[in-house]
Design a protein around this ligand. Sequence first.
Ligand SMILES: *Cc1c(COP(=O)(O)O)cnc(C)c1O
Length: 374
Amino acid sequence: MQFIDLKAQQKRIRPQINEAIKKVLDHGCYIMGPEVGQLESLLAEFIGVRHAIGCSSGTDALLLPLLAYGVGPGVAIFTTPFSFFASCEVIALTGATPVFVDIEPVSFNIDPAKLQAAIEVVKKDDKLKPKVIMPVDLFGQPADYDPIMQIAEVNGLFVLEDAAQAFGATYKSRRAPSLGHVGATSFFPAKPLGCYGDGGAIFTDDDQLAETMRSLLVHGKGKDKYNNVRIGLNARLDTIQAAILIEKMKIFVEEIELRQQVANRYTEAIALAVEGSFKITPPITRKDCTSVWAQYTISCDRRDDLQARFKHERIPSMIYYQKPIHLLDAMTYLGHQCGDFPVAEKAAHSVLALPFHPYLDPDDQSRIISVMCE
Ligand SMILES: *Cc1c(COP(=O)(O)O)cnc(C)c1O
């Protein structure tokens, strides 16, 4: 049994993938070939935004909007301490300062109720200028954007949505990553929509910002190819990855449904197992949201015992995340301590992600459930 089985999906669409890759090899436009633009149109339409911009990874999809918006030293960016390191890393890379806001215990996403207070503290301190909020749609479920956007408007802040794990999830019928002013996703192979290498995309309705990001994507190019107008990156999406993603998009909506079915089966089994030796809390999706289930993450007070039991039964499980970001070695310069963000710290001690993918074998899932719930 595998934690995420990417081969099962590949088997299903292998002939189409072979054909798509062959086409790229035949036309030979490996960089910015026609498939990149075709994919961008598909993505923009699916998410419901004016601009989708393919790029080289989810990390670059977060970095480019920050560069385009012009953040740097002296700027405060409000984000969650409970995420993959890349969310915070891109902030630090620009020279801006990550300011953490603790999470909601149930969704594991940034807590809007604590956001305004965090902004006030920074304003009062008067050392950093608040400019950006970066919520993360963790494990596939969007953060709570209505209050976040309202706080952003009141304080004149820009919202960058990290939807690396939530491409296609919905919040009040709108799809991530269209929920902030600009959104980013990742096509890392294990994400809900993954390619066969690194890839990502940026989404926005802002024409000016889109133009700046397209320039930054290719070394800050200007209209004249021989005159660069700003300092940028090489952050393009490969044509071959775009061709693969076009094929994967054809089955993506069906795969979201399959993911939901696998999630429902776990959740129903956990609800029935009140007598089990492990007290398990299933993930809960808000009523006005859908998740794309990048992870199916349970909470359990005796998490380490449960993981040992899984290991004994040769069932893979993963801890996302063992350490909240404010306690990682790379962030010691911010001077945080244990206890600063207690909800995130508690989550780090109790979360466990179960084997999960759209093609999870029902017999395998029954075995996981019986080990976890007996
Ligand atoms: C995966 C991930 C990223 C980075 O995406 P890459 O494509 O691996 O660069 C950023 N943020 C979150 C929350 C992620 O899960």
